[in-house]
Design a protein around this ligand. Structure first.
Ligand code: C5P
Length: 222
């Protein structure tokens, strides 16, 4: 069977990365977490004390940053200019700032270019906010994955706790709301559901059920 391209978009905490990773494993495809790429750049900007409203500096930074994603023992590893930043990019401080960096058109241009190159050979599952619309509009299978605000908040809290960050549910909810707002309203590459993307509301669904729905949809070639 020829290797396909699977694009998954959706808001924060919808469970995209968990299911996308499993779908990729089952198909023996490459999983590309584009959120991790924006997070890595944000982390580098914070370390370098670059003001996040300085679009020119952020664009220049993006142009001069090398981000590598790879899988090691089932875990996604993220390198920024050769340094492992897998843990650091999940810090709540990075989550708070990432949508500000991601709204810079020059940053997005560089990211989209890198992501399109990564998907060139097919056999990829890519998740993010603009994958079905801008990065891979010709994808073989397009999914828009969402869940209720409450469930997304709960999932994010759990995910953070597992990584050792104990953040109050209220703060997590505020972060999600703020990011969704910035990601939806930005001028370039906003989060949106296209008419040809298959909507999955994952509220109350098990991971296995969501994975099954995506694999079914992809098998049908839609
Ligand atoms: O997927 P994750 O929640 O880790 O993404 C972090 C942030 O990166 C998003 O809130 C969004 O601002 C940005 N992002 C984006 N476009 C993508 C992927 C992520 O703008 N394709």
């Amino acid at each position: 069977m020829p290797k396909k391209v699977i694009a998954i978009d959706g808001p924060a905490g919808a469970g995209k990365s968990t299911v996308a990773r499993i779908v990729a494993e089952r198909l023996n495809y490459l999983y590309i977490d584009t959120g991790a790429m924006y997070r890595a750049l944000t982390y580098k900007a914070m370390i370098k004390n670059i003001p996040l409203e300085n679009e020119a500096s952020l664009t220049e930074l993006a142009e001069n940053t090398e981000i590598t994603l790879f899988s090691q023992e089932g875990q996604l590893k993220v390198l920024c200019d050769g340094t492992d930043v897998t843990q650091e990019i999940r810090d709540p401080k990075v989550s708070k700032n990432v949508s500000l960096v991601a709204l810079v058109p020059g940053v997005r241009k560089k990211m989209v270019r890198m992501q399109q190159q990564l998907a060139q050979k097919g056999g990829v599952v890519m998740d993010g906010r603009d994958i079905t619309t801008i990065v891979l509009p010709q994808a073989d299978c397009k999914i828009f994955l969402t869940a209720s605000v409450e469930e997304r908040g709960k999932r994010r809290c759990l995910e953070l706790a597992q990584k050792g960050y104990h953040v109050s549910p209220k703060k997590v909810q505020e972060d999600i709301d703020q990011r969704d707002l910035l990601d939806t309203l930005r001028k370039v590459g906003p989060l949106m559901q296209t008419p040809d993307a298959f909507l999955i509301d994952s509220t109350g669904l098990s991971i296995e059920t969501i994975v099954g729905k995506i694999l079914d949809r992809c098998e049908k070639g839609e």
